[in-house]
Design a protein around this ligand. Structure first.
Ligand SMILES: *Cc1c(COP(=O)(O)O)cnc(C)c1O
Length: 489
C-alpha cells in the first residue's frame, strides 16, 4: 500500500470520532433545551435563593466528577453535578440580596450575546478579521469615552475586568513617561490607602514595584486630600524626585468615595504627571445626573477605567480602559510579526490587538452591546438612580437603628458599625456580619478603616430593590435588639 492510501484509511477512521464535536441540529436542540431548562430553574428560584451559603460543599472531599476522562458523560448528569457542586456553595452574586464587595448581577441578555459570539466564533482582535465586530467594540469605546467627557483622539479597549483595565492604563503611563529601570526608585506614584489593590498589582506586573508610592491622607469623607497631594508633589520635586503618576478614585471600593478629580487633575497637569482614574465601581454613575456632578473632572484624566460587569450589571468578564490620547495606548501595545502581515491590511479602524496585550480574545462587545441596544440607556440610568437612593435610604434607616455610619454616601456604598455599651466593638460587628452570612438571605462584607472594623452595604445589583434592603435592615434590627446592651431608639 502506498503511503497516501494508508493516510486516507486512517483519516476515514479518525473522522468518525472527530465528528462527534459537531453536534447535529436535532442534537443541538436537545442540548439547548436542557441548558435553557437549567437557566430557567436558576432564574425562577433566584428571588428566594440564598445570597450566600456554605452548605453542600465539602472543601476537603475530592470530587471525581470534576476530573476529565477519555470518554464523556451525559449532559443531564453534568448539569445536576453543576447545580449541586458548582452553582450552589459560595456567594450567589446573581442574587439581589448580594450586597457584598461590588455587586452587578449579570443580566440575562448578555449571556445571549456571549452565546452568539461563541457560536459564530467571531474573531474580535483585528479589524480585517471581523470589521463588524471591531466596529461594534469601537462604538462601545466611543460611547463610553463620550460619557466620560473625552472629545477627540481617545481610544480604549474592552478587557476582562477592572484589574486588566488598570494594568493597561498603568503600562501606558509608564511607556508615555519613559520610566526606565534606573529611574524606578525616584519615580513617584501618589494615591490613597483606599485605592483598589489591583493598581498596586498592576504596578508590580509592569515592573514598577520599586517605584515609591506616596500615600496621601484621606479627608473626613474618605476622599484624597488634594492640598496634601500638592504639598507632597512640591516637596518631592524639590528633593529631585520625579513625580509621574497619580491614581484617583471615581468611587472607592472601600466606601464608594469620589476623590476631588478636578483638583487632582490640576496638580497633575501643573506637574506634568499622568492622572489615572479608577472608575471600576463608580464610573457608570455618569449615566445619572447625580453621578455627573460627583465625577466632575474625570474628563481631564489621562486614563480612566470602567467595569461594565459592575455598573452596567453585565456578568463577570467585562472591564474597559479609556485613554485620552490613543497614541499612548498604541505606543504601549504596538506589535510587529511577519505572520500577521495579511491581517494588517485594510485597517480602517484601530484593532483591539493593537491597543491591549491580547490577540485572540472573546468577542466581548456583543455581551455589552446587545442589552444596551435592546433596552436603550433608560433602564440602566433608572437602575443606577435607584441604587443611589437605596444607599441613602439604608443610610438613614441604619442610623435610626442606633448605628454609627461613615459619611453620607457619595454613590451607593454605606459604611456602618454598632458601638455597644460594653465589650469590643470590632468583635460585636464581626459577629453581626457572621450572623448575616449564616442567615444567607442577604450577603454583605466588611473592611477595616485604620483599626476600626466597618461593615459595608454595597448596593449595585440590578436585582436589588427596596425589599432586599428592608430584609437586610430587618435582620440587623432583630440581631441588634437581641445583642445590644444599650437601648435602641
Ligand atoms: C472591582 C474593582 C477593581 C477590580 O476590577 P475587577 O473587575 O474585579 O478586576 C478595581 N478598582 C475598583 C475601584 C474596583 O471596585
Amino acid at each position: 500500500m502506498t503511503e497516501i492510501n494508508k493516510i486516507i484509511r486512517e483519516l476515514d477512521h479518525l473522522q468518525e470520532s472527530a465528528r462527534t464535536l459537531e453536534a447535529t441540529s436535532p442534537h443541538r436542540a436537545v442540548l439547548m433545551e436542557e441548558v435553557r431548562g437549567y437557566a430557567e430553574d436558576f432564574l425562577n428560584k433566584l428571588p428566594e435563593a440564598k445570597a450566600f451559603t456554605n452548605d453542600g460543599f465539602d472543601r476537603t472531599e475530592k470530587d471525581d466528577f470534576f476530573s476529565i476522562d477519555e470518554s464523556g458523560e451525559t449532559l443531564s448528569d453534568i448539569l445536576s453535578f453543576i447545580k449541586k457542586r458548582v452553582n450552589h456553595a459560595g456567594f450567589n452574586s446573581a442574587s439581589g440580596g448580594y450586597m457584598g464587595y461590588i455587586p452587578g448581577g449579570g443580566i440575562y441578555e448578555s449571556a445571549l450575546g456571549d452565546y452568539m459570539a461563541a457560536v459564530t466564533n467571531t474573531y474580535a482582535g483585528i479589524f480585517s478579521a471581523s470589521p463588524g465586530a471591531v466596529r461594534m467594540e469601537n462604538s462601545l469605546i466611543r460611547w463610553a469615552g463620550e460619557l466620560v467627557g473625552y472629545t477627540a483622539n481617545f481610544g480604549g479597549n474592552l478587557t476582562s475586568g477592572g484589574s486588566l483595565a488598570n494594568l493597561i492604563a498603568i503600562s501606558a503611563a509608564r511607556t508615555t513617561h519613559g520610566i526606565k529601570g534606573k529611574d524606578l526608585h525616584r519615580s513617584i506614584i501618589y494615591t490613597t490607602r483606599h485605592t483598589h489593590h489591583s493598581n498596586q498589582k498592576a504596578l508590580k506586573i509592569c515592573g514598577m514595584e520599586e517605584c515609591p508610592i506616596h500615600y496621601i491622607d484621606l479627608d473626613e469623607n474618605y476622599r484624597l486630600d488634594a492640598d496634601q497631594l500638592a504639598d507632597r508633589v512640591r516637596s518631592d520635586r524639590a528633593s529631585g524626585l520625579n513625580p509621574f503618576l497619580v491614581v484617583g478614585n471615581a468611587g472607592s471600593t472601600n466606601q464608594g468615595a469620589v476623590d476631588p478629580l478636578n483638583e487632582i487633575s490640576r496638580i497633575a497637569s501643573e506637574n506634568k504627571m499622568w492622572f489615572h482614574v479608577d472608575g471600576a465601581y463608580g464610573g457608570f454613575f455618569l449615566l445619572t445626573d447625580h453621578g455627573k456632578k460627583k465625577l466632575q473632572g474625570i474628563e481631564k484624566a489621562d486614563s480612566v477605567i470602567l467595569d461594565p460587569h459592575k455598573g452596567l450589571f453585565l456578568p463577570y468578564g467585562t472591564g474597559m480602559v479609556l485613554v485620552k490620547e490613543i497614541r499612548h495606548l498604541l505606543a504601549a501595545n504596538s506589535f510587529e510579526a511577519h505572520y500577521m502581515q495579511d491581517a494588517r491590511e485594510h485597517q480602517e479602524e484601530y484593532s483591539p490587538a493593537e491597543l491591549s496585550p491580547e490577540l485572540s480574545r472573546h468577542f466581548r462587545g456583543m455581551r455589552m452591546w446587545l442589552p444596551l441596544k435592546l433596552y436603550g440607556l433608560e433602564p440602566f440610568r433608572k437602575n443606577l438612580d435607584e441604587k443611589i437612593l437605596l444607599a441613602r435610604y439604608f443610610y438613614w434607616k441604619i442610623k435610626a437603628l442606633g448605628y454609627d455610619t461613615g459619611p453620607y454616601p457619595d454613590l451607593s456604598i454605606v459604611g456602618f458599625r454598632y458601638v455597644p455599651e460594653k465589650g469590643d466593638a470590632n468583635e460585636w460587628n464581626k459577629n453581626l456580619v457572621r450572623h448575616i452570612q449564616e442567615d444567607g438571605r442577604v450577603f454583605i462584607s466588611s473592611t477595616f478603616i485604620k483599626d476600626i472594623y466597618v461593615i459595608r452595604c454595597a448596593i449595585l445589583s440590578f436585582r436589588t430593590h427596596r425589599e432586599k434592603v428592608d430584609l437586610l435592615l430587618d435582620i440587623i434590627e432583630k440581631y441588634t435588639k437581641k445583642h445590644s446592651t444599650s437601648t435602641v431608639q
